[in-house]
Design a protein around this ligand. Structure first.
Ligand SMILES: [Cu+2]
Length: 374
């Protein structure tokens, strides 16, 4: 078996450890992607940033790791505590991208490889003790240049008592100068501690939003988004009282339409009514996905479905029922096991009237036809 590392063919040492003597410093900050199908290896991208919008753009650079072994499946990598790059390889001919059955009995669940990539001649990083350290020490660890170390410190801080963490952070952040670019990252880390513990600190947020470091301003913008749209105190999205059928069984004269479990379909895709008659539909949603039922004019499904999709996230406010002149009647968005009785008068003009679910993406499949006859 051979592996190619940065276009250099070399045998895998018996230790299973790959090393490269030519990782230039410029590789730092690059974006890496593991690819386990077709291209077998790790792709590498240099990044450029739009610090106004917060967008990042990648430009493909030299492949970091490539293998000719058809069973090479690099699945993940981490920068270790020692600064080395660790790459996991599940080393399996069976993949799960529709080529092979997920339950293929020859799938190997027990074996794999871990590669460790280091730079020969360059010392490894020393171990940083994090577990069980006092909060002040953990906060100082947030100044560490390696993101992985800071990440572990953040995880440890997340386990500590909020009151103590916030008191220590309030003190810790005072040592930094908000006008100094070099301090921007540390102040941002303090802001993230507040965010992690769900303690809103508008003053600190304003400080980071005005940071001389554009990356810090972008990151603070993200924190602001979370704090301004705090999902732990949701806005009232159900202004109208839900109309849930109180009777447990559909009336004898009701047309029963149920959804099909995990199918994005109505169990009944057509029914017939007389022109101008009173119609009563018992709509029931046994599925886990939310669904509604909209009755529209003939050939209106596409227009109504598209109008609903344009509502975006705002659609939740009114159950994805758009303002649309071709809608005749509509239920609200029913969650799992909910029921609603929909009553309306059938149109006086005979024809094939569309009905559909307008939850985004559903209408293309989830449709039916109400036949109106004389
Ligand atoms: Cu639906």
């Amino acid at each position: 078996m051979r592996r190619l590392l940065r276009n250099t063919v070399r045998p895998v040492p018996s230790s299973g450890i790959l090393s490269s003597d030519h990782f230039p410093k410029t590789n730092q900050g690059n974006f890496l992607i593991c690819n386990a199908i077709a291209f077998l290896g790790i792709k590498q991208y240099t990044l450029s940033f739009d610090t106004e919008k917060g967008d990042a753009n990648g430009t493909e650079a030299e492949d970091l790791l490539v293998s000719e072994d058809p069973n090479f499946r690099p699945t993940d990598f981490e920068i270790g505590d020692d600064g080395a790059l660790y790459v996991s390889d599940w080393a399996n001919p069976i993949v799960g991208h529709m080529q092979h059955n997920v339950r293929d009995p020859s799938r190997d669940h027990a074996h794999g490889r871990i590669y460790r990539i280091t730079v020969p001649g360059r010392p490894l990083s020393g171990h940083v003790q994090i577990d069980g350290q006092p909060i002040t020490k953990l906060l100082d660890t947030l100044k560490h240049p390696v993101n992985g170390i800071r990440h572990r410190a953040r995880v440890e801080i997340s386990e500590r008592e909020t009151k103590a963490v916030i008191a220590a952070t309030e003190k810790w952040v005072k040592q930094f100068d908000p006008k100094k670019k070099g301090d921007a990252h540390h102040i941002l880390e303090a802001l993230w501690v507040y965010q992690q513990h769900n303690v809103v600190n508008r003053e600190l947020l304003a400080t980071v939003l005005a940071s001389p470091e554009p990356h810090a301003r972008v990151a603070a913008g993200t924190v602001r988004q979370f704090w301004d749209n705090n999902t732990s105190s949701p806005v009232d999205i159900e202004e109208d009282a839900p109309v849930v059928a109180v009777n447990k069984k559909p009336d004898a004269d009701a047309i029963v339409i149920k959804t099909v479990m995990e199918k994005m379909m109505y169990a009944k895709t057509t029914f017939t009514v007389k022109a101008g008659q009173k119609v009563k539909i018992w709509f029931e949603n046994p599925d886990y996905m939310p669904h509604n039922l909209i009755i529209g004019q003939p050939k209106s499904a596409e227009s109504i479905g598209n109008a609903a999709e344009k509502l975006g996230a705002k659609g939740f406010k009114n159950g994805f029922v758009p303002k649309h002149k071709m809608i005749i009647a509509a239920t609200r968005l029913l969650n799992h096991k909910e029921t609603q009785v929909l009553e309306f008068t059938a149109p006086t003009t005979p024809g094939d009237y569309d009905y559909l679910c307008t939850f985004p993406g559903h209408w293309r499949m989830m449709r039916g036809v109400m036949k109106v006859v004389k």
